[in-house]
Design a protein. Sequence first.
Length: 186
Amino acid sequence: MHITTPFLLFTTVLAIPAPLKLLLRDWTPSEGTTVSCDYTANKKISFNVGPQKESVLNDACAAMLPRCAYPQRLSNDTICIQTTDWALDGPKTSTQSANVIDGESTNKLSGWSVKFSITPALQQNDATSVFLTRDDCYGYFDQLVSKLEPLGCFVSSKGTGVGSIKVGGTSTLKDTIFKIEIVPRA
């Protein structure tokens, strides 16, 4: 009886899906990736209260990637091919609810949302030669909201700013732009 309880707890812990943040511990941006923060914006994003960063970023990526990129969000009778790379067939956008605050006073502002966009670089052949992984989607947006400049647009005690990342390196994502901006709520 006493051996069964620890075993049951151990197997229960193993059955709990790991948060995406833990799965990304080895993710790094491509070499030569550059960040551009928008300092003219008088609004910031705060993940201290309300929708948490992991949920907002996952929801944004799920809205821009094919449904099968997030199989845990699909019904059990949905069949998906097993792939981790998804063709980026043009610009993608997603607007999410998140806490928007005044950049100076840090007071919460009503009527604002956060817009995420991914714009692939123009390819000589066709846009489907640009491929995106779920980790890249989450990783580049997470870098923008979590890292201090020059790696991101996080502003320590005042939340996170907005801006964009231009992917470097030699992958098919080279020159793709990941952008976060604050927009009026529709």
